[in-house]
Design a protein around this ligand. Structure first.
Ligand code: ZN
Length: 419
């Protein structure tokens, strides 16, 4: 299998302007990364395709963009203030801190002394902050650790303004923050990241419909990740067993991907039941019930949640698209992006030597950023052979094959292939 190393991916991302370490000139800030011009273009293309598939192309989905800062009671009700934590251990010798479940605690990975760890304690992963000029217990807020709660607390607003019939969903793309004890693996586990989440509400009275909806949302998740070029062979469906699931989930199916550093979670799908709406209804006093006009019954809908980590998708796409070919002077690296997500769709250049060397070097550079088409203007374009006047060559990134295309047909030629 053609699998690049993380070093190759990180190096290409920095060299070509996809992703830089955060705050780099100050020595960085662990667990943060900055997207450069090509990275943000790639990420926006992925987000736009997601929004199109899950919101624009459906009639049962309501888009949202909720605030990152929320009333602290949201996080008390959701269970995050009390329980959103990882087990932390500290080395008594060198003071290094680790996630207890990620190391062998009999020996410190940092100073290599043995038996220096005390018992693990729970470390809350939310970033705490204060809102307004007064700093007291009432001014506490948090940078949201997930986008989901912004949708649950707006559930009533959607009911009141759009009167949707079940089943329907709410969808949101936005930043989330987790104070990870050990950020790692480039943009895989970071402290600031972006999520694309859906809360899909169903009638709790019909278990068969709930199961069917779960399956169809799973299929939709797969359809999406295949549409951005992620290979089926590298995906693994994991039915999360009892005991390993989050406390709110009745069923969870994770989709794991073969990253260069191993098989890790890429997507999640969880049947959250009425856990969140009930919790917020109880804590806020607001009724978050749904009224069924047909049966005249009132009940709390159940929720199924497909969730996608944008940065993880970017990393999966990059590692899957990274291809090497040939040897010596002929060696090249290219990113085999589907044209729809490529940051740049086509590069236009002259055949002659210029500041960037010859056209071969220009091709290599475009290959490395995944540009699917290179258009070259040559002497034939100018009429050296009169029958070829006003035509250009279009080179395909993957095959290197060149087509001769009339300039008047070029837009259609490329549009057809980047859909
Ligand atoms: Zn130590």
């Amino acid at each position: 299998m053609n699998q690049p190393t993380m070093e190759q991916i990180i190096s290409l991302c920095k060299r070509r302007g996809f992703i830089f370490p955060g705050s780099e000139i100050y020595g960085g800030l662990a667990g943060t990364y900055d997207y450069g011009p090509l990275g943000v273009a790639l990420k926006n293309n992925i987000k736009n395709l997601w929004w199109k598939q899950f919101v624009l192309d459906r009639t049962d989905m309501y888009g949202m963009d909720a605030s990152i800062l929320m009333n602290q009671n949201v996080w008390k009700a959701s269970g995050h203030v009390g329980g959103f934590s990882d087990p932390l251990v500290e080395c008594k010798n060198c003071k290094s801190r680790f996630r207890a479940d990620q190391i062998d605690a009999s020996k410190c990975p940092s100073c290599e002394k043995t038996e220096t760890f005390g018992p693990a304690r729970q470390f809350n992963m939310m970033f705490k902050t204060t809102v307004g000029a007064l700093e007291d217990a009432d001014s506490i807020s948090y940078l949201r650790p997930e986008t989901a709660q912004g949708m649950f607390v707006n559930f009533k607003n959607i009911l009141d303004t759009f009167s949707p019939k079940l089943p329907f969903g709410m969808a949101q793309i936005g930043k989330a923050f987790r104070n990870e004890i050990a950020p790692r693996d480039f943009i895989f586990r970071v402290r600031e990241f972006e999520q694309m989440e859906i809360e899909y509400f169903v009638d709790p009275r019909n278990e068969e419909v709930i199961n069917q909806t779960f399956e169809s949302l799973y299929e939709e998740q797969l359809r999406f990740i295949e549409s951005i070029g992620i290979s089926k062979e590298k995906l693994h469906k994991i039915e999360v067993p009892d005991g390993d699931r989050a406390h709110y989930s009745k069923r969870s199916v994770d989709t794991e991907f073969d990253f260069p550093f191993g098989q890790k979670e890429l997507l999640g799908l969880a049947y959250r039941t009425d856990y969140d709406l009930n919790a917020h209804s109880k804590a806020s006093g607001a009724s978050l019930d749904y009224f069924d006009e047909e049966t005249k019954e009132r009940f709390t809908p159940h929720c199924i949640e497909p969730t996608f980590g944008v940065d993880r998708l970017v990393l999966a796409v990059l590692s899957d698209a990274y291809k090497t070919e040939g040897e010596g002077d002929d060696a090249r690296v290219y990113l085999d992006f589907p044209p729809a997500i490529a940051p740049i769709k086509a590069c236009v250049s002259p055949l002659v030597w210029d500041d960037n060397g010859n056209v071969g070097k220009r091709y290599r550079r475009q290959d490395e950023i995944g540009t699917p088409f290179c258009v070259v203007v040559d002497f034939d374009t100018l009429g050296e052979h009169p029958e070829l006047l006003d035509t250009v060559t279009v080179r395909d990134r993957n095959t290197g094959k060149q087509d001769r295309v009339a300039i008047k047909d070029l837009e259609a030629y490329i549009s057809e292939r980047v859909k």
